[in-house]
Design a protein around this ligand. Structure first.
Ligand code: FE2
Length: 232
C-alpha cells in the first residue's frame, strides 16, 4: 500500500478482498440459533455493506510491528488448513501493510510479547467508516488477556486460527463467533502451543466508536469514551 496519502479502497483490491471476507463471514456464518448473534451479524453486514457501497477512502498508515507478530506466520499457516482458509489467504496479501498496536498507554509486561491488534476499518481508518470497527487481534500461545468490557460497544470475535477460550467456558475453533454485548466482562486464554488470530467487529453509536480508549484498571481493562475535554 502506498504510504503517501489517502486514496480509495477500490484502488487496493487486496484490502477490498479482506473486507469482502468479513462480509461473507457475517452474512453466511451460522448463528447457532441465537437471536442476539443473528441480530449482531445483520448489523455488521448492513453497516459494512453501506460502507463499501459508499466507496470509502483508505488512509495510508505506517506499518508497525510488535513482538507477537513473530507468531503471525504460524497463525496464518495453521489457518490455511481450517474453516477460515479463504479469509486467511486474503489476509496474507496485506500483512506487510498492517499497523500492529497495543492500544494502551501503559502495557503490563506480561502482555508485551503476547498481544497486539491491528485496525482495518473504522473512524480512525485505515479504511474509513463512521459506525463500524473491524480489526484483527493476535495472541501468542499461553496468553491470558485479562477481563475487560466495552462500554456502549457490542463486540464479536471471529476465530480465524488457533483455539481460544473465553471466561474459562468453552473452547472455540476457527469459524466460531463469540458475542460480547456492551458492558459484558470477558477474558481470553489461548492454548499452550499455538497462537490465536481473531478478527473482531465492534458496533455502537458513532460517538462511542470514535472516542473509545482502552485502559487497564487494577488488572482489568475497560473500553470507554475518552473523558470530555475540561472547559477552558
Ligand atoms: Fe473484548
Amino acid at each position: 500500500m502506498a504510504k503517501a496519502s489517502a486514496s480509495f479502497l477500490l484502488d487496493h483490491p487486496s484490502w477490498h478482498y479482506v473486507l469482502q471476507e468479513f462480509y461473507l463471514a457475517y452474512r453466511f456464518g451460522p448463528a447457532g440459533g441465537s437471536a442476539d448473534i443473528r441480530r449482531h451479524q445483520r448489523e455488521v453486514q448492513t453497516r459494512l455493506s453501506r460502507c463499501l457501497n459508499g466507496e470509502p477512502r483508505l488512509v495510508a498508515q505506517t506499518a508497525e510491528t510488535k513482538p507477537v507478530v513473530n507468531h503471525l506466520g504460524r497463525a496464518l499457516d495453521n489457518g490455511q488448513n481450517d474453516r477460515m482458509a479463504s479469509f486467511i489467504r486474503a489476509l496474507a496479501k496485506i500483512t506487510d501493510d498492517l499497523s500492529w498496536q497495543y492500544g494502551y498507554d501503559r502495557m503490563p509486561r506480561s502482555l508485551e510479547k503476547k498481544y497486539a491488534y491491528s485496525e482495518l476499518l473504522g473512524p480512525r481508518g485505515p479504511v474509513q467508516c463512521d459506525d463500524l470497527i473491524l480489526g484483527l487481534v493476535l495472541f501468542s500461545p499461553k496468553c491470558t488477556y485479562p477481563a475487560h468490557s466495552h462500554e456502549d460497544i457490542t463486540e464479536s470475535y471471529l476465530c480465524l486460527s488457533g483455539y481460544v477460550s473465553e471466561n474459562q467456558a468453552g473452547v472455540y475453533p476457527p469459524g466460531s463467533l463469540i458475542l460480547n454485548q456492551a458492558g459484558r466482562e470477558h477474558a481470553i486464554t489461548t492454548s499452550d502451543r499455538e497462537p490465536v488470530l481473531l478478527a473482531y467487529a465492534w458496533t455502537g453509536p458513532p460517538e462511542a466508536l470514535q472516542g473509545f480508549k482502552m485502559a487497564f484498571s487494577q488488572g482489568k481493562v475497560t473500553t470507554g469514551r475518552r473523558p470530555a475535554k475540561p472547559a477552558e
